[in-house]
Design a protein around this ligand. Structure first.
Ligand SMILES: [Mn+2]
Length: 383
């Protein structure tokens, strides 16, 4: 059985004022092509389908188009919610969609969703674990003590009574570590309720599953074993991801116990996201030789010794999709800040922490963070 694992689509995402919807359409088309060419049986979408809990209209239309194409190919689709999604909204139409082999798990209650597909060798059970908080798990199972995130996710799996003699795949959207090895984050993730260090889930919670399709961390990687994987986001959503190679994972399941083969298939973005450094004159020259690549999304560091007014406007004459311009020299950088042409890259978390520190209070507690993050996401101020 052949599976295609993707995650963190963040449909509708806007980066530095640029809607990436056309880039995302281009990426979804590559998924469709891969499904056709590689004869994929099921596509796994491991959360953060949308960028916002109230998804933009073009994002909803884009997912709609994608699902219609999957249905036309008779390919099964599994979708879970991520922390950016509203689980309840994602659940819209799920009972109809499953008639077209599109299985959506937006919310946990009352239990882990299970769907079975069968190939020549026998059944494969798919467990769908939407993004859940510890609090949500405690609410679902009030009789049980869950003193850690680990225990909460463990409980969800225990309650599913998985038959580990059969072939099993789980789709989840969580921060999973292997012992002291934590995943390398890409940079554009927003980790909910993350005060100080983020509470990670031990990868051994998923022991026994033949493949674990993870979402949440935007840099593609495996955790502990090659079959516990983050597919990563399909596009670079921040400068810190400029060097990532974004990809989807093709997973081939044979008989139970036979090695599960994984293959990374790179995404080819319509426009790349890059960082360029040089003087205005140098970069103007460089852009001429770049052809279509001059339309990439660029973070520009100018090394000019003299101040430039309206630097962004000047750069856009040859790099029309420049996202951000900053100066290499400190005094110019300050000037740029004053002119509003270079906005300091600071996360919402950092801004709030700095504000609380400035006001002389203690940092927000977990509950306050949840409220702040929900409001910020609703307002679209967090990426
Ligand atoms: Mn994400």
């Amino acid at each position: 059985m052949k599976l295609l694992h993707v995650a963190d689509l963040h449909l509708g995402k806007v980066v530095h004022g640029y809607s990436l919807i056309e880039e995302q359409r281009h990426i979804l088309a590559q998924i469709v092509t891969t499904v056709k060419e590689r004869h994929i049986d099921a596509v796994l979408v491991a959360g953060d389908v949308y960028d916002r809990s109230v998804a933009s209209e073009d994002a909803v239309a884009l997912l709609d188009d994608f699902l219609v194409q999957m249905a036309a190919l008779s390919t099964t689709v599994f979708i879970i919610s991520g922390n950016h999604d509203s689980g309840d909204r994602l659940n819209f139409g799920r009972r109809f969609f499953c008639q077209q082999n599109i299985h959506i798990a937006g919310t946990y209650a009352p239990a882990l969703g299970k769907v079975t597909l069968t190939d020549a060798v026998g059944p494969v059970h798919f467990y769908l674990l939407p993004y859940v908080t510890k609090a949500a798990m405690r609410h679902a199972w009030p009789e049980e003590t869950m003193d850690s995130y680990d225990a909460a996710i463990g409980a969800a799996i225990d309650h599913a009574r998985v038959d580990f003699t059969a072939r099993n795949v789980i789709v989840a959207h969580q921060f999973v570590a292997h012992g002291a090895t934590r995943p390398q984050v890409g940079g554009s993730e927003v980790m909910a309720a993350s005060v100080g260090t983020i509470e990670a889930i031990g990868s051994e919670v998923f022991d026994g599953f033949d493949y674990v399709a993870l979402g949440h961390v935007h840099r593609p990687q495996w955790i502990g074993r090659e079959t516990v994987r983050y597919a990563g986001s399909p596009l670079k959503y921040s400068l810190r991801e400029a060097d990532d190679e974004k990809s989807m994972v093709l997973v081939t399941l044979g008989e139970k116990g036979a090695p599960v083969v994984t293959e990374r298939i790179p995404f080819h973005p319509r426009r790349d996201l890059r960082h360029v450094t040089g003087t205005l004159g140098d970069l103007r020259q460089q852009a001429k030789g770049e052809g279509d690549a001059a339309e990439d999304y660029l973070y520009v560091t100018l090394t000019d010794e003299t101040p430039l007014l309206d630097a962004m406007e000047l750069v856009k004459q040859f790099y029309p999709n420049a996202m951000k311009v900053e100066f290499a020299h400190r005094q110019l950088r300050e000037l740029g800040d004053a002119a509003g042409s270079a906005v300091e890259e600071k996360s919402f978390h950092d801004w709030v922490t700095a504000f609380y520190a400035q006001e002389g209070g203690s940092p927000p507690n977990e509950e306050e963070w949840a409220v702040l993050l929900a409001a910020a996401r609703e307002a679209g101020v967090t990426e």
